[in-house]
Design a binder for this molecule. Structure first.
Ligand code: GCB
Length: 594
């Protein structure tokens, strides 16, 4: 799926800004005809943003069900005769969209884009009404899963993941044009043929026959590097300058459709980073060189915006990662806004792209507080229908992100149950399907502490071992010597079992900014720094560990609970991005011995 871009033949119009907004807990908007116009009580709300924290109201924050968004957009008169497309970067977790009262789109899944051809529905030159009903309910058949509990005070959304269920229109909304015959998709896979760099391209077209595809690859300075004719082929680029960690060098693949005329029918330009990714024994190679991941699991999360995409936070977060010497992050626990991956491409930041499959594990969250006692995989809980949705979100993530050089691994789930035959039966086809959809990237899933090497039944299906471990926090709390022994023993067991590269995708400690202790007690800034240093000593002793990504970059919002004080506090930065003490010790480790 191509991102909307302005080109010689295409034009975009942003629909970001203030939209009209209504909560609809009773789900009666459709019957009341709100798709034809919201009632007078509608308020204004910013897009993109989560709606939960904009108004100081419990009703909005804890809303369960539908909300309505509406805006009026004047479609330029000059767009008459062009194909016009309406595109939502995301709508969390599902949406139905109308234009001028006519339904044009319906989409399941809160973290991938969807679009609709609205050529026949919009009136160029006039104001057109765009209406979306967005629903935030999580069920056993949504990804991520959840369930709604009916209480005397109304419905309550329950879920199994540790971040707040923010919802709404989180990402930019666009109207854009294409010519009637247009480029509908491009796939570019870079590689090496002997010592020569290659770009294998494939162009899909729609809306008209008799067109010819021409592609020209130019370097960052605009100089031509290769060209070809035809909808697929291989470009060779001897001596290409690679995309590599820390250096986001990009070529551009200019794709043109030609008819009989002397100007192209359609034109689109795709950034291409020429690089290879491969797993070799217990090493992770980028461009044939061993790569060590330094960085974080992150969240799309900030005050007031919730999960709304925000360029200020994006640029600032990357600058802070750079300040620390981080070279990578994981899009825990869902695909992030496309703008983030575009930026990572340009900055040379390495990304593990993760599907929104988090919370597929009923073994977590029980303990002394008592869990509801669900079975993860069963006809009534995570079942075949759930897996079908899971398959779909993986496919949409790959369709959207396949051309980003920054993405080097697909993570298809975070901490699912993985120690039962049912979990193997669930994941085996998903792993195979992910490889089929993208044979060019290693595939993994993130393993939970409950399924160490001697219990896990799933990790052998994947190329890399990604581990979330909380030695010194959830276990061996406050006892770092014991934590160090246990962590090392577990990692050695994984090395012995699979011999694959290990990336530590989470480790860390909740830390209250400003809390200090002469003795490093849990929750103090000193303890976080000590726990990280302990973990790093272990990683440095094990060759197969090829990455360390701390949980988390910044403090973030969660649902309420006795384990969470105003959210999850495992950030190296606070939610407003002030450093805790560990930031300075990390900076020394990552910047002084890169
Ligand atoms: C995990 C989860 C992450 C949580 C984290 C924690 O293992 O993957 O979503 O936030 O632990 O802090 O408990």
């Amino acid at each position: 799926m191509l991102a909307p871009r302005d080109t010689a033949t295409r034009e975009r119009k942003s629909l970001n800004g203030l939209w009209r907004f209504m909560l609809d807990a009773a789900g009666e908007g459709r019957d009341r005809g709100w798709q034809a116009g919201l009632p007078a009580g509608a308020r204004e709300i910013p897009v993109p943003a989560s709606y939960n924290d904009i108004f100081p109201e419990q009703e909005a924050r804890d809303h369960v069900g539908d909300v309505w968004y509406e805006t009026l957009v004047r479609v330029p008169a000059r767009w008459a005769g062009q194909r016009t497309v309406l595109r939502f970067g995301s709508a969390t977790h599902r949406a139905v969209v109308w234009v001028n009262g006519r339904q044009v789109a319906e989409h399941e899944g809160g973290y991938t884009p969807f679009e609709a051809d609205v050529t026949d529905v919009v009136e160029p030159g006039a104001e057109n009404r765009v209406t979306a009903v967005v629903n935030n309910v999580l069920t056993w058949q949504s990804i991520p899963p959840g369930y709604v509990e009916q209480t005397p005070d109304g419905p309550r959304q329950r879920y199994f993941h540790d971040f707040f269920n923010y919802a709404g229109l989180h990402r930019p909304v666009w109207l854009y044009t294409t010519p009637a015959a247009y480029i509908s998709d491009i796939t570019a896979v870079t590689g090496l043929d002997g010592a020569t760099e290659t770009v294998d391209y494939q162009v899909e077209t729609a809306g008209g026959g008799g067109v010819q595809v021409r592609v020209v690859l130019t370097d960052a300075g605009g100089a031509e590097a290769a060209r070809a004719t035809g909808s697929e082929g291989r470009l060779t680029v001897p001596g290409a300058r690679p995309w590599r960690p820390g250096e986001g060098y990009l070529y551009h693949l200019a794709v043109q459709l030609w008819g009989d005329g002397d100007v192209p029918v359609d034109a689109y330009s795709l950034p291409v980073g020429i690089r290879t990714v491969e797993v070799d024994g217990a090493r992770f190679l980028i461009n044939g060189e061993p790569f060590y991941f330094r960085g974080f699991g992150k969240h799309e999360d900030s005050a007031l915006r919730g999960k709304g995409h925000d360029d200020v936070f994006m640029v600032h977060d990357f600058a802070l990662m750079d300040w620390l010497g981080a070279n990578s992050f994981r899009t825990s626990h869902y695909p992030y806004a496309e703008e983030v991956l575009d930026y990572a491409d340009r900055r040379g930041i390495v990304v593990i792209g993760e599907a929104p499959a988090v919370g597929l594990n009923m073994g977590l969250g029980g303990g002394i507080f008592g869990g509801p006692g669900f079975t993860t995989f069963s006809e009534d809980t995570v079942n075949d229908a759930t897996r079908q949705v899971h398959r779909q979100v993986i496919a949409e993530m790959i369709m959207r992100d396949k051309n980003h050089p920054c993405v080097v691994i697909w993570s298809i789930a975070n901490e699912p149950e993985s120690d039962t035959p049912q979990s193997r039966a669930y994941f085996e086809p998903l792993a195979a399907e992910t490889r089929r959809l993208d044979p060019a990237r290693p595939v993994g899933f993130v393993n939970v502490m409950l399924a160490p090497a001697d219990k896990d039944l799933v990790a052998d299906l994947f190329d890399v071992v990604m581990l979330n471990r909380y030695y010194g926090w959830y276990v061996n709390t406050g006892d770092l010597p014991a934590a160090e022994r246990a962590l090392e023993a577990e990692l050695n067991a994984w090395v012995a079992k699979l011999g694959k590269p290990i990336i530590m995708t989470e480790y860390g400690a909740d830390t209250l900014s400003g809390l200090h202790g002469v003795l490093a007690e849990p929750w103090t800034e000193e303890y976080q720094a000590d726990l990280l240093a302990m973990s790093h000593r272990v990683f440095d002793r094990i060759d197969a560990v090829v990455g360390e990504q701390i949980w988390n970059f910044a403090d973030f919002a969660t649902s309420s609970g006795v384990m969470r004080v105003d959210g999850n506090k495992k950030g190296v930065f606070t939610r407003d991005r002030r450093p805790k003490a560990s930031a300075y010790s990390l900076r020394r480790r990552w910047r002084e011995s890169p």
